[in-house]
Every structure is written in structure tokens, then in C-alpha cells.
Design a protein around this ligand. Structure first.
Ligand code: PRE
Length: 391
């Protein structure tokens, strides 16, 4: 038997043909998930069905094994596919529940120029919402809110907390006084790199341009670099822009590798954050609150100030515990102009419309001096169903 040799071109043609088939099948599967969502409206079944996911993943792992595909690979791919299916269904159901909210063109404001993490988060958030974006970059968080409040943008995207550096206090403080509502959230992986023009030598770097947040998130690596002059910028994008303009081998910026590409910068060291799993949660604000369908997991955010006596906060938290409402975040911030007074921010995994949430609000109103709902929105944090992988 003679061996058959194919040219690289022929092999690549075959790979591309298969890739196109994969895309076609992914698109078909996505359309089917819409049919699933429609059928769930009729039966009032929740979008997420962990038992179905478990059964589906176990079966696929078995089938994969018989085709020499390892379990981890199959699981990772199908976690991504299921996450997309859940978010796609959620976006569709939310559109039905709020017919006036998403226009064919949405103007969205965020901090920083093209390539900032806020810009990446905005694009990701709207990617499944079937709307064209007009992107409006701002130089301060206050401007991001102002431009929506005055009707010059429809949405604002703001970072609220990071897994390494914690809460973004400036944003919390601005939320105390805004008339806007939180209508969505998105968690964005933050992958910080050291970026330079060309392939500069790390040892020669003595000046670093960065926004204060990434600087804080990479403090350990930056400390190991020794004596570096720090130049703070209003955003990651501005830092990248500065380094590109300076065009010097001794100057670097902290930023994302793909954003760096937009500015012609090269990553000379990646993964420089203190925590490898570095994520930022962003909130999306708009002038009108949204209604969250009961078929999908919802989150509500409240702010409140309690009476200034011992145990006031505990009394409020007991209300949530007694009603079995899960609190995912509790933050306190000083009230400007009222020394020693605190404003508490609470995120709870509950739909504002639910009976338990309505009861909680009634009881909390009695126990607090001030309380306001900042918004109720779909939870976009789809935790994949874990299955036991046997070798
Ligand atoms: O089968 C369903 O009920 C779906 O919603 C589809 C699907 C999937 O994409 O396979 C998505 C979410 C559910 O948690 C389970 C499965």
C-alpha cells in the first residue's frame, strides 16, 4: 500500500471545512436554545436545569472518550456552549419582558478609550443583546453616569468590584446620588500584562504608566521589578496610548494583550496580577429600571442607612436570613457631610417582584432611616454544572 501525502494547503482546506461545519452547528444549536426558551414560557420552567446539564455532560464525556477526546476538553467546550445557551435565552426572555428597553441602536458610555477593560466589558455585555452599539468613552466615572442621566447615552458600564483589589469605592459613592437604575451586570476576566513598544528588555524598564486599580492588582510583581517611576493615568487605555506615543524601550504600560494590540504594543510579561483568577464585576445602569422575568436568576441591589444604635445592622440582616434571602455582597461607605454615618450596599439573589423580597423591603423600611432599591437585574454569572471526571 502506498502512503498518501497531502500538501499543507490541502490539509488546511480540510481543517477550515470542519471549522465551518462546527460554526454552522453552533449556530443551529443556538437557534434551538431559543425554541427551548419559548417552550419554557408556556410551562413557566426556569431556564437553568442543572439535572439536564449533568445528564448531557456525562453522556458527551462518554461519547467523547470513545472518539479519543479527553473528558476535560469535552467538559470545557460544553461548559462554554451551555453558558452561551443560558445567556442567549436570558437575553431573549428579558427582551420579551421589557419590549421598550433595548432599541436597535444603544448608546453606551464607559471609562477610557478603545481597549479599556470597561470598553471590553461593554462589548461583552451587549454581544448577545442583538443591538448595535454607539460607544461613548468618558474620562471619569462621574461623566459615565452624567451622560446617561442627561439622556445623551442610554447605558453606562461601571466597574464595581475586583477579586484582587476589592470594591471600587468611587463608584459606590457615586451610586448614592444617582437617579439611574442598575439593569445588568457582567463579570470580565482581567488579564494584566506588561506592554511595551517592540520586544523591549524587561530589565531596562524604569517607567510605568497605569491606572491606579491595575497598579494595585499587580503590586507584587511591580514590587519585584525594583525602583520604577509610576505615572498614573485616568484609564488603562490612556496608559497604553501614552506608551505608544512615547515609543521608548524603557517605558511600559499595564493592560490587556488584545487591547495592547490596538495600540501596537507587545506583551513582554503576561499574568502579572497578584491573583491568577482576576475578575472585575461591572454594573450596567440606565434611566429606566427593568423587569426581570421569574424564569431566570435575578439579583437586587439596595442601599440603606440604619439607626445609629448597637445592633441596627444585625436586625436588618436577620430579616434577610429569616426570609432565606441570600446576600452576596455587603459594603459600607461613609456618608459625605455626615461624619460617622454609614451607607450600606447590599446585593441579594432575589427578584424584586418576589413575595419574600417585597416582605423584606417592608420590614427593612421599618428598621432603617433611609432605603432605596438601586435595581433588579438578571444574574449573568452562570456557574457551570460540575461533573465528576473519571480517568
Ligand atoms: O434543555 C434545556 O432546558 C435548556 O435550556 C438548554 C440547555 C443547553 O444548552 O443544553 C441550557 C440550559 C439548561 O440549564 C440546560 C440545557
Amino acid at each position: 500500500m502506498t502512503e498518501q501525502y497531502y500538501s499543507l494547503d490541502d490539509i488546511r482546506k480540510n481543517v477550515s471545512r470542519i471549522d465551518n461545519e462546527i460554526l454552522k452547528l453552533l449556530s443551529e444549536r443556538r437557534l434551538l436554545s431559543l425554541e427551548v426558551a419559548k417552550s419554557k414560557i408556556g410551562t413557566a420552567k426556569p431556564v437553568r436545569d442543572q439535572a439536564r446539564e449533568q445528564e448531557l455532560l456525562l453522556r458527551l464525556i462518554e461519547t467523547g472518550k470513545s472518539q479519543q477526546l479527553d473528558a476535560l476538553y469535552v467538559t470545557q467546550i460544553f461548559h462554554t456552549i451551555i453558558e452561551d445557551s443560558v445567556l442567549f435565552q436570558q437575553a431573549y426572555l428579558q427582551k420579551l419582558a421589557n419590549p421598550d428597553s433595548l432599541q436597535p441602536v444603544a448608546r453606551v458610555s464607559f471609562l477610557g478609550a478603545k481597549g479599556s477593560y470597561s470598553h471590553l466589558a461593554s462589548r461583552n455585555y451587549f454581544s448577545r443583546k442583538q443591538t448595535k452599539l454607539v460607544e461613548m468613552s468618558c474620562s471619569t466615572f462621574r461623566d459615565v453616569l452624567n451622560i446617561v442621566e442627561t439622556g445623551n447615552a442610554d447605558y453606562g458600564v461601571l466597574p464595581i468590584e475586583n477579586t484582587s483589589s476589592g470594591s471600587i469605592n468611587e463608584v459606590y459613592d457615586l451610586l448614592q446620588h444617582t437617579s439611574l437604575s442598575i439593569v445588568g451586570e457582567i463579570t470580565q476576566p482581567i488579564e494584566h500584562c506588561l506592554l511595551t513598544v517592540g520586544d523591549a528588555d524587561i530589565k531596562g524598564i524604569n517607567t510605568l504608566y497605569s491606572h491606579p486599580q491595575p497598579h494595585q492588582q499587580c503590586s507584587e510583581y511591580l514590587h519585584s521589578m525594583g525602583n520604577i517611576t509610576q505615572e498614573y493615568c485616568s484609564s488603562t487605555a490612556e496608559a497604553m496610548q501614552k506608551v505608544a506615543e512615547l515609543n521608548l524601550p524603557n517605558v511600559a504600560a499595564i493592560g490587556n494583550a488584545s487591547s495592547g494590540e490596538l495600540y501596537g504594543l507587545t506583551p513582554v510579561k503576561d499574568n502579572i496580577a497578584n491573583q491568577q483568577e482576576n475578575f472585575t464585576r461591572f454594573i450596567v445602569v440606565a434611566r429606566k429600571p427593568v423587569d426581570v422575568t421569574s424564569l431566570i436568576p435575578a439579583k437586587s441591589t439596595l442601599i440603606m442607612s440604619t439607626a445609629q444604635k448597637a445592633g441596627s445592622l444585625v436586625e436588618c440582616l436577620v430579616v434577610l436570613r429569616n426570609l432565606n434571602i441570600n446576600m452576596t455582597k455587603l459594603e459600607s461607605r461613609p456618608v459625605i457631610g455626615n461624619p460617622w454615618e454609614e451607607m450600606f450596599y447590599l446585593d441579594v439573589e432575589e427578584n424584586l417582584k418576589s413575595d419574600v423580597m417585597q416582605q423584606a423591603l417592608e420590614e427593612l423600611t421599618r428598621l432603617t432611616r433611609f432605603i432605596k432599591v438601586l435595581g433588579c437585574y438578571p444574574s449573568e454569572n452562570v456557574k457551570p454544572t460540575e461533573v465528576e471526571i473519571e480517568e
